[in-house]
Design a protein around this ligand. Structure first.
Ligand SMILES: Cc1cc2nc3c(=O)[nH]c(=O)nc-3n(C[C@H](O)[C@H](O)[C@H](O)COP(=O)(O)O)c2cc1C
Length: 194
């Protein structure tokens, strides 16, 4: 698929087949993330690739438990509010049972941490679309970056104490076979030419 077509037809997928893509395909997608630009060429985004179903389930239960403990205030961001409400009902799976979760982390205190990781995540989502895989940005672990239990879990798996969780994505074969590529209408993102 041509690059611009892969960008313009990328959509978020939230229902996946159980079967994981072959490791070589996942590696191609990670390579697209690693080739993203980074501030001052820092190349400090750290990619954690989780395909172990047991680890994914354990993490999902932990995320649910920790969200369920949170209180909603009038300042709570809408998506976070939805996650907390869903977790409190007990019917919540932040990674939609996708076969692959890639978590990004970067150096704490590094000013381009989120920007660099966002470039990497977008590269990976476009690459996934070009390879007929579905993907979706998953932000819950970023929101829980300072949560003691989630940090302890992820640090045990290799995230370092001086790293901040910047975001993540899920990947896999869409349940429908091919990704939905119907573009959403653009009502926002204004453009001003000067
Ligand atoms: C920074 C960011 C955070 C997001 N977090 C989540 C998330 O945690 N869970 C989720 O299902 N989708 C998440 N999304 C996906 C958006 O909901 C989605 O991109 C948007 O609704 C537009 O739909 P599209 O990706 O199909 O074009 C996130 C997207 C971005 C860019």
């Amino acid at each position: 698929m041509e690059a611009l077509e892969a960008i313009l037809t990328r959509r978020s997928t939230r229902k996946y087949k159980d079967e994981a893509p072959d490791k070589e395909i996942i590696e191609k997608i990670i390579e697209a993330g690693r080739y993203a630009p980074s501030g001052s060429n820092s190349q400090s985004t750290h990619f954690f690739v989780i395909t172990d179903k047991e680890v994914l389930n354990e993490l999902s239960e932990l995320v649910k438990t920790e969200f369920a403990k949170m209180e909603i205030t009038e300042d709570t961001y809408i998506s976070l509010k939805n996650s907390i409400n869903a977790a409190k009902t007990g019917n919540y799976n932040f990674y939609y049972s996708a076969p692959v979760l890639i978590v990004t982390a970067n150096r704490k205190g590094y000013g381009n941490a989120i920007a660099d990781s966002a470039c990497a995540l977008e590269n990976m989502m476009i690459a996934a679309n070009a390879l007929d895989l579905g993907s979706c940005w998953i932000n819950q672990l970023h929101w829980l970056d300072e949560n003691e239990a989630v940090r302890a879990f992820l640090q045990e798996k290799g995230i370092k104490e001086d790293e901040t969780i910047t975001g993540g994505l899920i990947l896999g074969y869409p349940d429908t076979g091919m990704p939905n590529r119907i573009a959403l209408e653009r009502k926002g993102n204004p453009v001003t030419w000067i």
